[in-house]
Design a protein around this ligand. Structure first.
Ligand SMILES: *[C@@H]1O[C@H](CO)[C@@H](O)[C@H](O)[C@H]1NC(C)=O
Ligand SMILES: *[C@@H]1O[C@H](CO)[C@@H](O)[C@H](O)[C@H]1NC(C)=O
Ligand SMILES: *[C@@H]1O[C@H](CO)[C@@H](O)[C@H](O)[C@H]1NC(C)=O
Ligand SMILES: *[C@@H]1O[C@H](CO)[C@@H](O)[C@H](O)[C@H]1NC(C)=O
Length: 251
């Protein structure tokens, strides 16, 4: 109970902070999302991809390719990568929380290595950290891990949807909790940019799996005919005006 109350207060406070950050950090990301999250560009891994760091362990889960088809012929699977760090976890007996990063369009190691916030707060909450890769990115490539096949045409790329990705996360989280005998551990999902949209959608669509979501720089309403295509430029123009005026007074 106390952990949950703490978490709720904390995320409420942080969501205000995230909103403030939105106008700054969505410079790079906001414009990418038009009518489909799938149009998002792939985030490139700038540094060495793995090996030397000791931030997490790498695991693979045999994931369902199509969560929405009940034809036995379509029960294909693929190897789904996730990263895990249990250093700070209080364990199942304490009902310590699980913080899950809902991976976006890119190699999950890049997101894990650049989401220090989760590592920073994990000791305070005694949280287990899990970073799940988005299907079709990094090492989580369906069709035998062959990117050329997976990206070849509409019949294979048809499985690259945010809806399937969310179902991947739910399936993996539920199975992981079972394996850890931590079925009652509260789960909070985290994400930034498209990953933040995934975190928010996950909380909406799977409220029985996640008790909360923290979405940072997530352009959730930035879709055609919902938000004006000029709204972002209007906000930064306004910011620029305020900053210029302040500079005049200061100097
Ligand atoms: C978890 O992350 C911390 C750094 O924040 C690191 O010191 C520790 O070795 C990591 N644990 C595992 C199991 O990778
Ligand atoms: C799509 O690609 C797959 C895998 O490369 C191939 O088996 C299939 O025949 C292709 N389908 C079409 C319609 O081109
Ligand atoms: C849970 O354990 C089973 C059996 O060892 C394993 O096949 C599966 O991958 C594990 N689930 C996760 C999410 O690691
Ligand atoms: C947005 O509205 C215009 C005008 O009503 C319409 O032509 C267009 O198809 C809409 N776009 C989407 C993505 O719904």
């Amino acid at each position: 109970m106390r952990i949950e109350a703490n978490l709720i207060l904390f995320f409420w406070a942080f969501s205000i902070f995230s909103c403030l950050c939105f106008s700054v950090s969505s410079v790079n990301f906001g414009y990418r999302f038009h009518s489909s999250a799938i149009q998002a560009e792939q985030v490139k891994l700038p540094r060495k991809s793995s090996g030397t760091n000791k931030l997490y362990k790498t695991k693979y889960f045999t994931q369902i390719l199509d969560h929405f088809n009940f034809n036995p012929k379509s029960y294909q699977k693929f190897q789904h990568r996730y990263l895990i760090n249990d250093t700070y976890w209080g364990g199942p007996k304490k009902n310590s929380p699980i913080f899950v990063y809902t991976g976006n369009e890119g190699d999950i190691e890049w997101f894990a290595q650049n989401t220090g916030f989760m590592f920073d707060i994990a000791p305070h909450f005694q949280a287990l950290l899990v970073f799940i890769e988005h299907r079709f990115y990094g090492k989580s490539i369906p069709f035998g891990g062959d990117k050329d096949v997976a990206y070849s045409n509409a019949s294979t790329l048809g499985y690259l949807t945010s809806t399937q990705a969310l179902a991947d996360y739910a399936t993996l989280i539920i199975d992981l909790k079972k394996n850890l005998t931590a079925v009652d551990a509260p789960v909070v999902v985290f994400g930034g940019s498209y990953g933040g949209m995934l975190a928010s959608w996950f909380r909406l669509k799977y409220p029985h799996v996640a008790i909360g979501a923290l979405a940072s720089s997530a352009p959730i309403l930035n879709f055609e005919n919902i938000t004006s295509p000029y709204s972002f430029n209007n906000i930064i123009t306004q910011d620029f005006r305020v900053i210029s005026l302040n500079s005049i007074y200061l100097f």
